[in-house]
Design a protein. Structure first.
Length: 240
C-alpha cells in the first residue's frame, strides 16, 4: 500500500498494517497524522531516505509506503482478561530479538500445539510475520493471538499487574526448567541465540530457567529450546 492518503485511510479504518516506511524528510500535516495514528495503533514506523522507498518500485508513493499484515494483532490486556475470564491458567510466550522468520514460524507452531494462549512481540527488532513465517508455522500464526507492544518491559509490568509470573530462558540460570512450577499463570521469555534476552528485560523477570545439556554447547536453536520449555509446561499442566 502506498501514498499518504491511502495509508492514512487504512490507519483510520483500523486495517492491519505490519509496518510503515516514511520519508525521513517528509513534514506536512498528513504525515504528522500518519505518525500520530501509527503511534496510537502501535504500528511501527521506519523513517528512511527517499532512496529506500524507491526499492519498493512503486510510483506516486508520496513518501509513504506501508506493508499490509496478514496477522490481526491483539491488545495484551484484552487477551489476558479473556484467558482469565474463560477460566484458563495463562501461558504466554514473549519473543525478544528473534529475527529469523523461520524460527518464529516454528515457535508459533509449537506454541499452538502446547497450549500457549498468546505470543507477545515488540514492534521493533523482531522478524516480520510475513508469508514465510506463516508458511513455516503451518498456519499456526493465523490461529494463535499475537500481541505487538512498543515495549517488552511495559508488557512484563502489565503481566505482573495481572498476577502472571514471568520466566526467562537463560543458559546460565541455576534453575533447570523441570524444577520450575509452570502450572501457575506464566509467561516465558525467549531471547535470540546470539544475544540472549536484553539485560534490562532479564532483570525484571521473576525467575531465570535453563535447559540442562549432556554436552555443553554455545546455545540451542531458539525454536528447539522454546519447544523443550513449552513441552515441560504442557506436561506439568496436563491432568495426571
Amino acid at each position: 500500500m502506498y501514498g499518504r492518503e491511502a495509508v492514512l485511510q487504512a490507519l483510520e479504518q483500523g486495517d492491519a498494517l505490519d509496518r510503515i516506511y516514511l520519508d525521513q524528510k517528509l513534514n506536512d500535516p498528513v504525515a504528522g497524522e500518519i505518525r500520530r495514528l501509527a503511534a496510537n495503533k502501535q504500528v511501527p514506523v521506519n523513517y528512511v531516505p527517499a532512496a529506500r522507498l524507491a526499492h519498493f518500485n512503486v510510483e506516486g508513493h508520496g513518501g509513504v509506503v506501508a506493508q499490509k499484515s496478514k496477522i490481526i494483532y491483539q491488545n495484551l490486556q484484552d487477551i489476558i482478561s479473556f484467558v482469565i475470564e474463560r477460566g484458563d491458567v495463562p501461558l504466554f510466550l514473549i519473543l525478544d530479538g528473534i529475527t529469523d522468520v523461520r524460527n518464529i514460524g516454528g515457535i508459533a507452531r509449537t506454541a499452538w500445539c502446547c497450549g500457549v494462549q498468546a505470543i507477545i512481540i515488540p514492534d521493533k527488532g523482531v522478524g516480520a510475520l510475513n508469508d514465510d513465517a506463516i508458511l513455516t508455522s503451518a498456519g499456526a500464526l493465523e490461529k494463535i493471538p499475537v500481541c505487538r507492544v512498543n515495549s517488552l518491559m511495559k508488557a512484563v509490568d502489565e503481566l505482573h499487574l495481572n498476577g502472571v509470573t514471568v520466566f526467562a530462558s537463560a543458559m546460565e540460570a541455576a534453575i533447570p526448567v523441570a524444577a520450575a512450577d509452570l502450572r501457575i499463570p506464566a509467561a516465558i521469555v525467549m531471547g535470540s541465540e546470539e544475544k540472549g534476552i536484553y539485560p534490562a528485560l532479564l532483570k525484571i523477570c521473576d525467575t531465570a530457567i535453563s535447559i540442562p545439556m549432556y554436552n555443553q554447547f554455545e546455545s540451542l536453536n531458539v525454536s528447539v529450546a522454546t519447544g523443550m520449555i513449552l513441552y515441560e509446561a504442557m506436561k506439568q499442566r496436563m491432568p495426571a
